[in-house]
Design a protein around this ligand. Sequence first.
Ligand SMILES: *Cc1c(COP(=O)(O)O)cnc(C)c1O
Length: 342
Amino acid sequence: MTGAAPDLPRFPLLHGPTPLHEMPRLREALGGSSRVPRLLVKRDDLAGPALGGNKARKLEWVIGEALAKGATHLITVGAVQSNHARMTAAAARLAGLGCTLVLVSPHDDPEPEGNLLLDHLLGAEVRLVAPSDEAENPHEAAAIAEVEARVRAEGGVPYLIPLGASSPIGTVGYVEAVREMEGQLGAMGVRADRLFYAAGSRGTQAGLLLGARIHGSSWSAHGVAVSPGEEAKRERAAGLVRDAAAILGAEVEIPAGEITSDQGQIGEGYAIPTPAGMEAIRLLARTEAILLDPTYTAKAMAGLIAQLRAGAIPPDETVVFLHTGGAPALFRSGVLPAILEG
Ligand SMILES: *Cc1c(COP(=O)(O)O)cnc(C)c1O
């Protein structure tokens, strides 16, 4: 490993480093070593409890801070099928904290499936709120205020985790992920040239970019956007880089204008599967027995596959794909049948 872990409170959710391994069958299926670069995958789909995912890395530091502040109850927000909400519910159990999930649902009575079922299984309180066109959803804000007041009235201390745990302290999780991966690459004697990942609420992006600077990574970062609104999101990423750097005492600034993400895989929008993403899900399952999810990692992998097919990445390079999790979304009704039909 390069350097030491930051001296900040951390609540452990990962049991050691996630695997970093080759994908030789995928490489072969896409044209073999004469045409396709060496392909590695960083298995953050295996990070943390209750089906895992990238949010576990962020929550280690977020919950570390919450416990240090005496919190007794976690509150977070997300879409009704949020992986982050499910991971927060799981982490709350391990940390001995109460947990309320304020989930935005266009229906009063959303399908009991995927992450929402797991939220209930993990014993979280679920509060459904209606969507809103406003930048700050007033229904969400009202529900949060209500839960905070209730927790305080009962003598507890609420702690609010923002969307995707993409806070400055959550961003530290992906700075640490880079440190872990650099140690693994070093031990394997591999110099990585590119890292592909899904870009959502941007805490992962900010942590990767900051971590690459801090640890002097050899790779360039290739984010693949999974939802529109790039301009505001790259501003958010730049702000997270600045604020997480301040927490870590690192002198790094990355202007929003230097942060780019592939906009070609969004399709009709957030959580709406795309044909290219569904093809990527089939291909990864049938070559490497790796399960991608339709909302995030399928779109990111489709972005990588498109570049490989276009011959845009020289075959003497090494590419790492960061698998950020999300498999519960495969078990929403109709999703796998549609993937199998393609
Ligand atoms: C949340 C999430 C992402 C995106 O991470 P951000 O830090 O929100 O950009 C990617 N993949 C999966 C499976 C996720 O749940």
